[in-house]
Ligand binder design. Sequence first.
Ligand SMILES: Cc1cc2nc3c(=O)[nH]c(=O)nc-3n(C[C@H](O)[C@H](O)[C@H](O)COP(=O)(O)O)c2cc1C
Length: 329
Amino acid sequence: MKLTTSYLGLKLKNPFMPGASPLADRLDTVLDLEDAGASAIVMRSLFEEQLQGRRFAFMHAPKMDSDADVNTASYFPMVDEFALEPDTYLEQVRRIKARVSIPVIPSINGTTTERWLEYARLLPKAGADALELNFYHVATDCREDSAAVERRLLDVVAVLKETLAIPLAVKLSPFYSSLPNLAVRLETIGADGLVLFNRFYQPDIDPEELEATPTIALSSSGDLLLRLRWLAILAPIVRRSLGVSGGIHRPVDAVKAVMAGADAVQLVSALLQHGPRYLSYMVLAFNQWGSEHGYTTIDEMRDKMSLAQCADPQAFERGSYLRILQSWR
Ligand SMILES: Cc1cc2nc3c(=O)[nH]c(=O)nc-3n(C[C@H](O)[C@H](O)[C@H](O)COP(=O)(O)O)c2cc1C
């Protein structure tokens, strides 16, 4: 099967790439990933807090006057706890770009239109082929309504599109009241693709110490189901690219994601568990599956499923819900 695909306007040799994570922190791992067949390299995110130039990576506490300010600042990592500082990050883009022949996609996590946007200008100069905007935002302020949260995302994307000549992917969370509406608005202001989805890291509670405890659990194939639903709903609506991130562990997971509408398939947990070489198995077994099932191109595989499902997505969703609840005996 021919594996070439187009993502963010970039021609890729296959849909598989490492997602944003520490996987691109070391050059030897990056080279292993390229050898294993990665079609692009997505780097970990740099955070807008890192670009505010303060000792505490906390931009809303300019002065540590009160106990409350100090308490709030203590939630944040110190500047030197970040794996890559802004200068080192640019240097890493340059180093990777100099050694690989596949596209390099840095990532920035930013949720406001603050000064950090100026930094983004430096990324294409360092060799970035595209940028992934990681809009990891948990709404906690009851005074900010959902329209204002979305407005902020749209503003950030608009400024980035004005600032950058390279393609922009927006990595979203699934928690929007109307994702199709937001997706179309993002596309209208120029987003070149959407990545579904960010995985939210949910702190646990230690009931003895009365503390929230940060946990980072790797995903499983079960995480893919949420992505499949939204890929299938968005694929007929958006004209630009769709990437999937979350729950791709087995070759058949990637088959499902492509069938549901993904142009690019990002892996993190599977590669952290099995190492960079696992990517070559994924590419090979995916290809084999496609050939055995009579597909000759990625587009053919994608079209099959999206056409079948999307005549009336609302009825499909509602009908599935009703049927599934009745199926338990
Ligand atoms: C250790 C680790 C670090 C991560 N760092 C980032 C990051 O810097 N930026 C980002 O957008 N996502 C980050 N992610 C999220 C991944 O890119 C990805 O969205 C998530 O792990 C789901 O994909 P998976 O099921 O293949 O792991 C990180 C994930 C892990 C496990």
